[in-house]
Design a protein around this ligand. Structure first.
Ligand code: SAH
Ligand code: SF4
Length: 355
């Protein structure tokens, strides 16, 4: 039986690979192939001599591997590495960032090319949405970084955050499939505790995420302390109201070890007052929550400014009386790799949801 028309090997799970190889191939070959693709993370199946040459030749002619290649690489003075990785399916590229630290490494991956959500403070929003990524393209970003930097996903000090380009919950099936492969001990081998997905608050999808047996931890980009302010900063709030978002958070089935993470991008004179901090505390009061403050990273066309450090400190002190609250330091500012700065240089043919 010939190989079925699937876009790439990357993104296929064992059952898919078994289907692909067909009944004429022993079932253990699918496991071997899965092992080579994800656990051993080979750049080329030719390295997998455990697979018969005949099968490797057949795969090569009928199904591309799907490996991402480097379009551009930027190195920050602080050690952060920002990649524009080329997607083999159509040559578009996507942003992936590695933030090495002494104690742990964090890989920030994208879920879409561009983003259809129009947050006013985010450069990615200016791109509009080009398309969503396949599961293989999501996993491929992690595999690339691990291969390139010799990182072992099974080591305790490696985290993944789905906080690059795109709104992951608008690409949930692919995000979940990628997570299953990333978290499979026979696959890439990350722990579910080390993967976080961040959303702007696509309310109906939050319950869907919660229903998945294998899922990343959930972070919510709160960014405002009341409905009107959030509508201004994140117009998607007109569709998914803050009260409904909070309700979805209360109903979310946290695992015993899990906290809900709330991100709060702080903007000077907009949402940085002590009164905002007190409102955030009362909004999150009944939740098992942690708050991450991110001082706005400015960018061209963003009509907001970064807050005074004293404001950030004061805000943190107020929230900390009620729940853990951290300040996330920007990484890779000099190479435009920090939160909200991911926007490709030139992108013809954009589709914007605002149009
Ligand atoms: N779309 C998802 C995940 C990607 S954005 C989301 O919005 O959650 C990742 C984080 O970067 C979000 O918390 C977002 O609020 C934050 N962010 C966006 N623009 C920013 C900016 N200019 N400065 C600092 N953080 C920003
Ligand atoms: Fe999209 Fe997140 Fe940027 Fe909003 S903050 S535009 S949801 S990437």
């Amino acid at each position: 039986m010939g190989l079925r028309a699937q876009p790439t090997l990357l993104g296929l799970d064992v059952a898919d690979l078994r289907d692909l190889l067909g009944p004429g191939t022993p079932a253990f070959r699918a496991r071997q192939l899965y092992d080579a693709l994800y656990k051993r993370n080979v750049a080329d199946l030719e390295e997998t001599t455990a697979l018969p040459k005949e099968l490797r030749d057949r795969l090569r002619s009928e199904m591309p591997h799907g490996r991402l290649t480097v379009d551009q690489r930027f190195n920050s003075a602080d050690g952060t590495v920002r990649y524009l990785l080329k997607l083999p399916a159509d040559g578009r590229s996507v942003e992936t960032v590695l933030m090495p630290q002494e104690q742990r490494h964090t890989i920030c991956i994208s879920s879409q090319v561009g983003c259809p959500v129009d947050c006013r403070f985010c450069l990615t929003a200016q791109m509009g949405l080009e398309r969503s990524l396949s599961a293989g393209e999501i996993v491929g970003q992690v595999l690339h970084v691990c291969r390139e930097h010799g990182l072992d996903p099974r080591a305790a000090h490696c985290n993944i955050v789905m906080m690059g380009m795109g709104e992951p919950l608008l690409n949930l099936p692919n995000v979940l499939k990628a997570t299953r492969i990333l978290c499979d001990d026979n696959g890439v081998g990350f722990s579910q505790r080390r993967i976080t997905v961040s959303t702007s608050g696509i309310v109906p999808k939050i319950a869907e995420l919660g229903a998945a047996d294998i899922r990343p931890k959930l972070a919510i980009s709160l960014n405002a302390s009341h409905e009107e302010q959030r509508r201004e900063l994140m117009p998607i709030t007109k569709k998914y109201h803050l009260a409904d978002l909070m309700e979805a958070c209360r109903a979310y089935p946290l695992r015993p070890w899990e906290f809900l993470m709330f991100e709060y991008v702080m903007m000077r004179g907009v949402n940085d007052a002590d009164a905002d901090a007190r409102r955030v505390v009362s909004l999150l009061g009944n939740l098992k929550a942690k708050v991450n403050i991110i001082a706005l990273n400015p960018g061209p066309g963003i009509p907001y400014e970064t807050p005074d450090p004293e404001r950030v400190d004061s805000f943190q002190k107020i929230v900390m009386r009620s729940m853990p609250c951290y300040i996330r330091r920007p990484r890779g500012l000099d190479i435009y790799a920090a939160c909200g700065q991911l926007k490709k240089m030139q992108t013809p043919g954009l589709v914007s949801l605002k149009e």
